[in-house]
Design a binder for this molecule. Sequence first.
Ligand code: NHF
Length: 482
Amino acid sequence: MPKTMNVLFLAAEASPFVKIGGLADVAGSLPRALRSLPAESVDGVNLDVRVAIPLHAVIRAEATALRSVTSYSLPRSDGDVDVQVFEARSEDLPVYFIGGGPVNASGSVYSSRPELDGEKYTFFSLAALELTKQLGWQPDVIHANDWHAALAVYALLLKRWDGDFAGTASVLTVHNLPFAGPDVTGNLAAYGLPLAQTDLPDWAHTLPLPLGLWAADGIGTVSPTYAQEMLTPEYGVGLEMFLRQRADTLTGILNGIDMDTYNPETDEALTVNFTAETLAARARNKAALQGYLGLEEDPDIPLLGIVSRMEPQKGVDLALKALRKIRDEPWQAVILGTGDRKLELAARRLQAQMPERVRAEIRFDGQLARQVYGGADIFLMPSRYEPCGLSQMIAMRYGCVPVVHATGGLKDTVKPDETGFLFEKATPAALAKAIRQALTVYPDRDRWQALQRNGMAQDFSWTRSAKQYVALYQSLLSKLTS
Ligand code: NHF
């Protein structure tokens, strides 16, 4: 009989129910990939993976078909707080939605008021842990993600000290280290949880992410390179010394992409579907994209694409400056995304200055994003830091050759001269140099197609990541019982 491993996966967002950023893709895809691993591929283990996210206002408003599962209450110093839990299935994956006063009090997934988010996510984390008791479903692993769920890991350790959850291992995956969450001293106290004596730096010992990192049996992040970078002053946001003490529990596992959703052979957003064998057909997507954007429909002018949230992290400002530096070269560019007002304006300004070759499409547009992946020649991703990054993998799958900053997951997924171009320093000059390199190779059709085909042949499937997670879970469980 195969053993069953119960895993509760906790996150603030999960596709297809609610998506703000890449975390939703991970929480939507990884648990399903884990569930679909054939037992024989992972030492005969069957994975019963379930996801819990808060019952955010947008989910309540969309009237997703939810089944009521259970209700209970959490003791709080100012009176018990009611918890209502609902369930929906994403294919065969059970997803629990945790509702209650603190979740209802905030109208958005992430609010600009730290005290609202502090209470909401403390409640969510503690209610999720209690849910396993209510269901009579004993988790072997609690896999929490980012600061929003980190207190589940913290509370788990405190409970273990009281003899509860003895067989449950915890993993906390960091998707973005600088986001540590607000001071939760008061929130923890209200639920009767003390602030433990930790070896965290003073400024960090009241914040959810550091508390979770301190308590976790395993610390995860989403690429091997980011796992190393987190240990340095440049990327460690002041937690590097603490993390170095925990380096033996730190694992970087690359995210995957949904290879069915992102498939140029079947993607309906494209004018023409294509594969590595029918790459020549891709030219029609480029022509259609140029036409849609009102750019000259010339197959020989390299078309550069950016699809990104407009945030300082993503380095869109570096790209805008780099494009100015290479105005002597032939190219066109499309910049798609929204976010920071200043960056949006800067992109619009570049279009105003170079109307014959730049398009700033300031909006979220999933359809156009796919047309950029499937039609542009070069994909720019100059992120200052990038724990994993998904767009560069999607771009490669669609034959759009990436030019990326050699950091985090970008460095781990793009191979220089084989699938794309990398630059070391996050400066406009270094990026401009890398784009020039790409532009030099572009006219050599054979070399260019080799880059495209190599990128399209990469295995970015979630199955590959899921197997590594199972190995991580197994090693944590064996440490727990040894
Ligand atoms: O891909 C999902 C995403 C990452 O690099 C990305 C990031 C936030 O910054 O893991 O999380």
